[in-house]
Design a protein around this ligand. Structure first.
Ligand code: ABU
Length: 536
């Protein structure tokens, strides 16, 4: 079967009876399915009696839609997005309506809705999608997500997730040993993204120093201070706010030109905070900053944390993937001294969203910090080892199964496969860096070779090339990236992010995490930026 050929009525959404009949005939001609979905409803699917055949045919049609999308994802000529403004999508496009009906829609319409949902979305698996830290489309990972939905269970107890709970234990042990912790150290779980993983690190650090906070609240505690670099992720401040410590009590430590925290500045900030009557307790060290991809000096910071007895957390949400590469893992030397680590396999390792872990070195601390022992879920007289009812370590009750897709991908690639994938992405970053150095129409934001796969640069249009550095040039340069980005979104040929940072005006940030990207895509990116920005 040629899965690129979709039934006509699914390709052209118009939907009336004639189309339906044409579609059914076309589908029958191809021997794909005999179903005519225009008079069939979800109530006819399993578990309805006799619903096996129609369920199979419905899922086959859905698979056709998904396979067509997946195939297009890897075609360079296909658009990354078909951009529409929110009001256009809300008003409805070519029959695609977000309104929810009172009466059920036919399965034909449901399939059209699925097709249209993908059509108006963004193709993050496209080799020219450079907009986000998570990109690509791994077929095994996607299959894992399908299986997870089919199993439709919850990670709170072994009782309902025996296999997934044990997979989580195996994966966490593996990741902890890659971080460099010994067999008798390490705890953790999968949680919904890096921000929540970082929040857990602060929660557990506070509990470690002040266990009474769990029952008696913040009133008994001194005013705590947290430290993180000025280039770090905003989740540290957000967590401090959520946890009642106050975002103002997060001290933003200065970075060097390359975006790395300066250890001497950290030491000075700790002393200043103490002089002000605050009590330092936690340092977030970033391994792979969001914009520059910088690695803070882990060993020097670990020494400072040790000296002042501070909890050292490493936010390796982005950089953790480099641990899989023999070539690049030395950039995280010192991570083994961390008391907790965030690592997002949904970024550099290309696992479908979402897949993030919080690892905590001291075993049992997460359980003590968060357990409440709800008796309807965590009974102690169950007929198995209830230490595998791991749900009470979490602040969630229900927890999605994020582990399976990673486990399946690891089986399919092996650790070495992940290592090669990471190496390829970093080679792409070096290639882009080399091209930028050669060209006179682009300027690098920092001169050094990329440590991670982030490459930051300005495009300088002809009208700005002769201008001396200064506020006038900066004001005009600040407008270049957003204007080019706007044109890119309208054209849909490539997608890349931009931002200002500190005193630096808007610049492009290119990141590579999609193993499908090749050097020709990087050449295309630079040429397309030039084409779109030449007249600015
Ligand atoms: N949590 C940071 C993600 C940012 C990005 O994908 O660009």
């Amino acid at each position: 079967m040629d899965f690129l050929q979709l039934p006509e009525s699914i390709i052209n959404k118009s939907g009336g009876m004639d189309k339906q009949q044409e579609k059914s005939a076309a589908v029958r001609d191809r021997g794909q399915t005999t179903a005519d979905f225009c008079s069939i409803y979800s109530k006819d699917l399993l578990p309805a009696s006799g619903g096996e055949e129609i369920t199979r045919e419905f899922l086959q049609e859905l698979l056709n839609i998904l396979l067509s999308y997946i195939s297009k994802s890897s075609q360079r000529s296909s658009k990354i997005l078909d951009f529409h403004h929110p009001h256009q999508l809300k008003e409805g496009l070519e029959g695609f309506s977000l309104d929810l009906p009172d009466q059920p829609e036919t399965l034909e319409q449901i399939l059209v809705d699925c097709r249209d949902t993908l059509k108006y979305g963004v193709n993050t698996g496209h080799p020219r999608f450079f907009n986000q830290l998570s990109s690509g489309l791994d077929v095994i990972g996607m299959a894992g997500e399908w299986l997870t939905s089919t199993a439709n269970t919850n990670m709170f107890t072994y009782e309902v997730s025996p296999v997934f709970i044990l997979m989580e234990e195996f994966l966490l042990r593996k990741m902890q040993s890659i971080v460099g912790w010994s067999d008798d150290e390490g705890d953790g779980f999968f949680c919904p993204g890096g921000t929540i993983s970082n929040l857990y690190s602060i929660l557990v650090a506070r509990y470690h120093f002040y266990p009474e906070v769990k029952t008696r609240g913040m009133g008994l505690l001194p005013q705590l201070a947290l430290f993180t670099s000025e280039h770090s992720h905003y989740s540290v401040k957000k967590s401090a706010a959520v946890l009642g410590m106050g975002s103002d009590n997060v001290v933003m430590v200065k970075c060097d030109e390359r975006g790395k925290m300066i250890p001497a500045e950290l030491e000075a900030c700790i002393v200043t905070a103490e002089e002000k009557g605050l009590v330092p307790f936690y340092v977030n060290v970033t391994a792979g900053t969001t914009v520059y991809g910088a690695f803070d000096p882990l060993i020097a910071i670990a020494d400072i944390c040790h000296k002042h007895t501070l909890w050292m957390h490493v936010d390796a949400a982005w950089g953790g993937g480099l641990l899989m590469s023999d070539r690049h893992r030395m950039k995280l030397q010192g991570i083994e001294r961390a008391w907790s680590v965030t690592w997002n396999p949904h970024k550099m390792m290309g696992v479908p969203l979402q897949c993030s872990v919080i690892l905590v070195k001291k075993r049992g601390l997460l359980q003590e910090c968060n357990e409440l022992g709800a008796e309807y879920l965590f009974q102690t007289d169950k007929p198995y080892d209830v230490s595998y009812d791991t749900g009470d370590k979490s602040i969630q009750c229900g927890r999605h199964v994020d582990v399976f897709k990673l486990w399946l991908m690891w089986k399919a690639k092996g650790s070495e496969g992940f290592g090669s994938q990471v190496n390829r992405c970093l080679e792409n970053a070096e290639y882009l860096y080399d091209q930028l150095q050669r060209r006179t129409d682009f300027e690098l934001v920092f001169k050094n070779k990329p440590e991670h796969s982030n490459v930051c640069f300005w495009y300088i249009p002809p009208s700005l090339r002769g201008l001396p550095p200064g506020p006038d040039r900066d004001t005009r340069l600040h407008q270049v990236a957003p204007r080019i980005k706007r044109r890119m979104m309208e054209k849909g040929s490539v997608l890349i992010g931009y931002q200002p940072l500190g005193a630096k005006v808007n610049f492009f940030r290119c990141v590579f995490s999609n193993p499908a990207t090749q050097q020709e895509d990087i050449d295309f990116l630079l040429d397309e930026i030039t084409r779109l920005g030449d007249d600015l």
